[in-house]
Write a protein that binds this ligand. Structure first.
Ligand code: SF4
Length: 349
């Protein structure tokens, strides 16, 4: 065991499965922290806002408490003015990143998205637009009958800078079939990221665990990310969060614990040797676990999340101001720094 935890060369997938199944929490944490120390000496965060442009979605994932069906009364679509007002509020507090994600709306024209991007870039050229996860790109590609490459080209020309890695859940089709059978497949999710990488776009990689997957499938998910990153270095960061069951069709499942979460991120730091940044997910785990995660391999607190709608609908509502994030990082013994989406440092505290 100790030999594996201190291994200098790359962990194999088999070794990673062994560690996840057998190493103690403290063993994983200490090894991950040592690894993190070789790469990062400060903890970063980005001032951002999530904007969910629509909750109308025809993909109907079992784990989602956010969506509504097309034609239902509670459905909404934000217009350009509403989105610009939200971005203006973000810019007013020194924010630099907008993360737009929707449901997969079956009737909006492609121009709706292009106009949103163009309008944001025109009014706020300094803002990084980090938006549309791979399943949305696949959905656009099918709905508008355009190849993924063409979709990305048009979105980039309109102002899109990078892709959030949402919708990855667990990149194993057995799992996807059970929890989100109508969503992009493993191969489709990876293909969007492959194409984006070849077009020199950057993206984050995510993982939502703690539902119907096995421990082995958690590691297989990481294996797929690591293999793609070897092929095309598209990912700047990895973010894991645990499934929040309240108000979903899977509400009967027991949620993962902080113990499970810390094991997953520590293993990710050890196994994903080609992805530089590991983010905490304090929005789902709470600020305290987010802070502890900094001793388990994480080097980034993610976004300040001026607005968060999706996790809140699943009954989880944590918030932190920028000052609270800075304080949490300092108290944990690290030097805080505000960054842009591409990890360029803007300000140290
Ligand atoms: S997770 Fe996304 S794709 Fe799935 S139902 Fe919710 S909004 Fe739609």
């Amino acid at each position: 065991m100790q030999e594996l935890l201190e291994k200098k060369s790359r962990l194999t997938t088999k070794e990673a499965i062994y560690l996840l199944e057998n190493a103690s929490l403290t063993e994983l944490g200490m090894a991950a922290d040592l690894k993190r120390q070789t790469r990062h000496d400060r903890v970063t965060f980005v001032v951002d806002r999530n904007i969910n442009y629509s909750n109308v979605c025809s993909t109907r994932c079992d784990f989602c408490a956010f969506y509504t069906d097309y034609g239902k009364e509670d459905g909404y679509v934000l217009d350009t003015e509403e989105v610009l007002t939200k971005v203006a509020e973000l810019v007013a507090i020194g924010g630099t990143q907008v993360l737009m994600q929707g449901g997969n709306h079956p009737k909006l024209p492609f121009e709706y998205y292009l106009n949103l991007l163009r309008a944001i870039k025109k009014e706020f050229p300094e803002v990084d637009i980090h938006s549309f996860s791979p399943p949305e790109i696949i959905y656009f590609s099918k709905l508008y009958r355009l190849p993924v490459e063409e979709i990305l080209k048009e979105l980039m020309a309109a102002g899109l800078a990078s892709l959030p890695g949402g919708g990855a859940e667990i990149l194993v089709d057995r799992v996807r079939q059970k929890i989100s059978p109508y969503k992009a497949t493993t191969a489709e999710w990876l293909e969007v990221m492959r194409i984006a990488g070849k077009m020199e776009m950057k993206a984050s990689a995510t993982m939502m665990f703690g539902h119907v997957e096995t421990l082995e499938e958690r590691v297989l998910h990481l294996e797929r990310l690591r293999e793609l990153q070897d092929e095309v270095p598209v990912f700047t960061a990895f973010i894991a969060w645990s499934f929040q069951p309240a108000n979903t069709a899977l509400a009967h499942l027991q949620p993962a614990t902080a113990y499970d979460y810390l094991r997953v991120i520590a293993l990710a730091r050890l196994y994903l040797d080609n992805i530089p940044n590991i983010q905490t997910s304090w929005v789902t785990q709470g600020p305290k676990v987010g802070q502890i995660a900094l001793a388990f391999g994480c080097n980034d607190m993610g976004g300040t999340m001026m607005e968060e709608n999706v996790v809140r609908k699943a009954g989880t509502s944590f918030s932190m101001t920028q000052e609270e994030i800075i304080r949490a990082i300092k108290v944990a013994g690290f030097r805080p720094a505000q960054r842009r989406t591409n990890y360029q440092i803007i300000k140290e505290f």
